[in-house]
Design a protein around this ligand. Structure first.
Ligand SMILES: Cc1cc2nc3c(=O)[nH]c(=O)nc-3n(C[C@H](O)[C@H](O)[C@H](O)COP(=O)(O)O)c2cc1C
Length: 365
């Protein structure tokens, strides 16, 4: 007995169940960063999830974490996403758009030749993937204090375009060391102005961006994704508990309706050091909680039994199983997708995974 598969209502939205599609970058847009029929099919195939959260959607060309990522930095990109939201709504689904700026984890080849931006000048180790192949990350340029309103304005424009595209809400990507998360953490934020130093100052950009999103969408349709103890792309803070406690207090002040928490290190482990008990954040947060990272059927059912999160988000299991909800409901086997198909490659490894019914029909010949 579990309520994981039961319809539910949160913040005025009727959801088909308590399972969410975790945001997944799949890099299959055209070069103009437009979504289209292929993305519409992909999301529609997964529309039986209670809540779909899109792949991270850049609010600036220079905020892209790679090529072929569908964005919302221009009005021309609205129509493609409208195809996606229409297709999902036709199937009774609910879909939020994850708004994103990759910060120092972008590249000048995508930013019109301009260096990527960050709280503080630094160079990410490792390689950035361009269409021409991997290249080293470049030194990021530290944003000036007088540029901060421009960053907020980019997110506000992205939020307005998401509304024009017919989404049901937006999620701010504030995890994985991208621009907003990089401001939060003392490893990547060495600033001495009003956006660096104390936890209040490091959280200032997040708060200002969320104020802008709430102004467009209202708190009930605004979500935020945090990975408080994750270390993806070098995310690190010497003392995450007071930092993220402060962040969640501000979310409550702003009336942010949804908190999507990555538990541990995304895709790697459900624990990380320095860690702390994330249940404290959940208890503090007044809105709807989404839990993600390495969930399987058993863990998701246990999480609902303990009421440790309102929704459970699955990432990789949704790649190979468009009908993941039905498979989990029945306890049916899951298709494990080949990671080589995660990024790029058109329909192959994207929209060609069968449902249980399609498998049965193929087996029956
Ligand atoms: C191919 C791929 C793309 C991802 N893209 C995003 C993204 O755009 N935004 C985000 O917040 N997380 C992203 N993630 C992280 C997932 O949302 C999720 O946290 C991770 O896969 C762990 O959940 P899982 O064990 O259910 O897969 C991505 C993960 C994968 C494997």
């Amino acid at each position: 007995m579990t309520d994981l598969f039961d319809p539910c209502e949160f913040n005025g939205l009727r959801l088909q169940n308590r399972i969410a599609l975790s945001p997944l970058t799949r890099t299959r847009s055209n070069e103009a960063g437009e979504a289209g029929a292929l993305q519409a099919l992909y999301y529609a195939q997964r529309a039986s999830a209670g809540l779909l959260i899109t792949e991270a959607t850049p609010v600036a060309a220079g905020g892209r974490g790679g090529p072929n990522i569908p964005g919302l930095w221009s009005d021309d990109q609205v129509a493609g996403w409208r195809q996606v939201t229409d297709a999902v709504h036709e199937r009774g689904g609910t879909i939020f758009c994850q708004l994103w700026h990759a910060g120092r984890l972008s590249h000048s080849s995508l930013g019109g030749g301009a260096a990527p931006i960050a709280p503080s000048a630094m160079t990410q180790p490792g390689q950035f993937f361009t269409l021409a192949g991997p290249v080293p990350y470049e030194e990021a340029r530290a944003l000036r204090t007088d540029e901060m309103p421009d960053i907020v304005a980019m997110f506000a424009s992205g939020a307005r375009r998401a509304k024009a595209a017919g989404f049901d809400g937006v999620e701010l990507h504030a995890a994985h060391s991208y621009l907003i998360d990089a401001f939060l953490r003392d490893m990547t934020n060495r600033r001495t102005d009003a956006y660096g130093g104390s936890v209040e100052n490091r959280a200032r950009l997040l708060v200002e961006v969320l104020e802008a999103l709430v102004a467009v969408w209202g708190g009930a349709r605004t979500a935020v994704r945090l990975a408080p103890i994750g270390h993806a792309y070098g995310a690190w803070d010497s003392d995450p508990e007071p930092l993220f406690t402060h962040v969640v207090e501000r979310l409550n002040d702003l009336g942010v309706g949804w908190l999507d928490l990555v538990e541990g290190d995304t895709g790697i482990s459900r624990t990380a050091e320095p860690g702390f008990d994330l249940r404290k954040l959940r208890r503090l947060f007044k809105g709807v909680t989404i839990a993600n990272n390495l969930y399987d059927r058993e863990l998701a059912i246990a999480a609902r039994a303990a009421d440790s999160a309102d929704l459970i988000a699955f990432g990789r299991p949704f790649i190979g199983n468009p009908d993941l909800v039905e498979r989990l409901r029945r306890g049916a086997p899951l298709t494990v997708a080949d990671p080589r198909g995660y990024y790029g490659g058109g329909a192959r490894g994207y929209t060609d995974f069968p449902t249980l019914e399609e498998e049965a029909a193929a087996a029956a010949g």
